[in-house]
Write a protein that binds this ligand. Structure first.
Ligand code: MRU
Length: 347
């Protein structure tokens, strides 16, 4: 299975996901600005992965910090601030950067040599923990699957989006290995086609039978009773269980409710943000208009057609049958269960 990023020889090596599946372009960098840019343009994407990448970005900045720098902690705090501006919705980014910030706060007078060591150790730990969290999510998630399951997923929540086998896609993969999944339908996920380009790429490599759909096709398939359950990831889960995920997830959840198809969200504890009472408080990223206007270099709309392009939407908790985390499966009402789960993992 592909590992979308790794620390090697004092550098970060990552797969530029904007090029997939046509090209497997690996980038090797020792510059935090390259990591920042990669997160902004979705070369590195998926909620857990951008947290991991940002943590490594801080480790790179520590290497870039000159030894004569009078205030290395301030230098690195500025880097953390810069990385926090990259994408607003996935809370994993802020969760990972706060772990790095805590190291600075705990070692205000440390030399840059010591900070380099501590910040790299923390990034490697965050990366390793995410791999294990994916394993636990899959173990819990497959208990929801029945033999012969035909599933639908949206966007990409697989190995490309995490430090392990994925969240929702990790469950689907484990379910296939356990002989429980017969087929997967994959929404193409306009406008940046994470489903068509990335999820189909992963599933086809894993030899999981998968079929691509336009984002508009789900209702028709559900009406024909061809979908047994929907599994997606999340970018931020509020304290009441409202879940932000890729734009189009909310409409899928409404369709699932109408057709009595269970709708499941899978996410590690680093995706929960109990400081927010509900999903209305989740900041939603808006993307550049040209991501809608232009396909493969070709303008598809009148020049300067006005565009509104939220990258995420929020699915209200009442549409979600269960949330599968690495700590177990949460069922509605979510508020108490989420608080119990995250109380030792606050931002
Ligand atoms: O804009 P992206 O590609 O970063 O959006 C990713 C998603 O919405 C995923 O579904 C989510 O991050 C979960 S990934 C385990």
């Amino acid at each position: 299975m592909v590992k979308p990023l790794e620390w090697t020889g004092g550098k970060l090596r990552f797969l530029d996901q904007t090029k997939l599946p046509a090209e497997e372009l690996w980038v090797e960098t020792d510059d935090v600005r390259v990591v920042h840019d990669a997160i902004c343009r979705l070369a590195l994407r998926g909620a857990p992965l951008i947290g991991i990448a940002a943590a490594y970005g801080v480790a790179l900045a520590a290497q870039q910090c000159p030894e004569e720098e009078p205030s290395p902690c301030r230098f690195l705090s500025d880097t953390i601030h810069m990385l926090e501006q990259s994408r607003p919705t996935a809370v994993n980014l802020f969760w990972a950067l706060n772990r790095q910030r805590k190291i600075l706060l705990a070692n205000p007078a440390a030399s840059i040599v010591l900070l380099r060591h501590l910040l790299l150790e923390e990034a490697l730990t965050i990366h390793g923990e995410d791999r294990i969290m994916c394993e636990h999510i899959a173990e819990h998630g497959i208990t929801l699957l029945k033999p012969g399951s035909i599933l639908l997923t949206h966007c990409n929540s697989g190995a490309l989006a995490t430090g392990g086998n994925g969240t929702a896609l990790g469950i689907i993969r484990a379910g296939r290995e356990a002989g429980l999944v017969d087929h997967v339908f994959v929404d193409e996920t306009r406008p940046l086609l994470q489903g068509a380009r990335l999820t189909m790429w992963e599933l086809m490599q894993l030899l999981v039978p998968a079929t691509l759909l336009t984002d508009n096709a789900a209702a028709f398939l559900m009406h024909q009773k061809k979908i047994h359950a929907v599994f997606t990831g999340a970018d931020r889960i509020a304290g009441n269980g409202d879940c932000a995920n890729k734009i189009g997830t909310y409409s899928l959840a409404i369709l699932a409710k109408y057709h009595a198809v269970p709708f499941y969200i899978a996410a590690p504890v680093s995706t929960f943000d109990a400081s927010l009472a509900d999903g209305n408080m989740i900041p939603i990223e808006e993307r550049d208009a040209d991501e809608l206007r232009v396909i493969n270099g070709r303008l598809m709309t009148p020049i300067d057609a006005p565009v509104y392009s939220p990258a995420f939407d929020v699915t209200p908790n009442e549409l979600i049958a269960a949330i599968i985390s690495d700590r177990g499966i949460l069922y509605p009402p979510y508020k108490h269960a989420i608080w119990e789960m995250v109380k030792n993992n606050k931002l």
